[in-house]
Write a protein that binds this ligand. Sequence first.
Ligand SMILES: C[S@@+](CC[C@H](N)C(=O)[O-])C[C@H]1O[C@@H](n2cnc3c(N)ncnc32)[C@H](O)[C@@H]1O
Length: 435
Amino acid sequence: MLEEVRRNLNPQKLRSGGRRAKQALRKAGMASAGPVYGRLADAGRSVPIPPKARVVVSTLVLRRPGHVTVPIDRLLVGAQAGWTAREFAERTDDLLWPSTRLVDGPHVDLLRLTDPTDEEILASPYGRLARRCIDAGGRYFGATDDAGIVAGARSFLSGEEGERRPEQSGRLDPVLVAPVRGSDYYQVLDGHHRLARAAARGETTARVVTKWLPVTTPLQDLLLRMSWLDGTKELYQPIDAPELAKSWTTVRRCTDRLEKMVKLLAERGVTGSYLDVASCYGWFVAEMGKAGFDAQGVERDPLAVPLGKAVYGLREGQIGTGDAVELLAYSDRVYDVVSCFSLLHHFVLGRGSVGPEALVKLLDRATGKVLFLDTGQENEAWFRTSLEGWNAESIADFLRRHSTFDEIIDLGPDDDAHPPYADNYGRHLFACVRT
Ligand SMILES: C[S@@+](CC[C@H](N)C(=O)[O-])C[C@H]1O[C@@H](n2cnc3c(N)ncnc32)[C@H](O)[C@@H]1O
């Protein structure tokens, strides 16, 4: 059967020509989408032009005239201590800072404290934000030490608006925001304290001045750089971040497969270690960790490491980077549970460094008790020709013939065949079990 599949091999037109052209442009750094855009927008803001000219450009050219009203819960925290949000995120190694809603941020949090001690202020997210600015080489509204941080926090708590420009004799600048690309959120460029105070007063909207030019967040940029996603606004595994909610498609729900895995493992009394092969940024690693397994992942794309740490709180080293075939071939380690999702068909299609039989043998060797596996199938529109004959029955048969497991159990199809992929997915999850 596999021979038939191989004979039918056709370069798949997985994507439309328009998208291909866009990808080519993006790879050449010429398309507006993608990380290049975010950096250019930031670079524009830090062009060394005389202060007066900067004010004219910033006020008359880059800002939309007049005020607009925005919902406060659509604001994300941004620039700190004179750095753009991206610069601050990079300096403080906090990828998700610009993905944090103002209402969940440190300024609003401080206003919830009643009569805090100095120690409580310093230990609060607000105190830690100020400390991070100082440790990164900046000042936090003039503060350079703990005493300054506490004094600043107390004046904010006592009702002073903060962010007052002395050179403007007490007049407040307008709250300044920029739209976040591909989302209905805005990043705060100036005015966190005033906005936090409005939120604490129970106001739901704010009058702000907004820039024309959208910004991107470091999270968006990193996702767009992941090799597998190839610049598309897709999440292969779920990520809960406000600025991704509107335009980013979560391709695989993942929870359906996890539920089946956890149920089978509980029924069989399997615990211990877990390895996810081709783990992407590690949703299954994180979830199996929560389920009590000593969980690790292996992934070819190195960007999976910072992403997994930021979005799922994975530990340093929890995702290993490299080619799965090489890593499995050179390791003798056996894990109680192994999973390998949506990788095998690439080997069937001839895109792996070895044949699919060899990949299955390596997975078999690394598995102590249960291997969970799914693969692209012939029922999917994009594999109708190239994977003809590769279906639940033939896959189970293939696994039986090329592994040493006692049972090959078909746990049924995934629940991912929804728009825009209604004609794809529905991949069967197999549990390969040693009894
Ligand atoms: C289709 S995605 C599947 C992600 C994940 N397994 C899931 O189902 O949610 C394939 C992933 O495998 C990774 N990958 C592809 N070939 C690989 C290889 N030879 N070794 C390690 N990772 C690989 C890609 O970078 C990508 O993250």
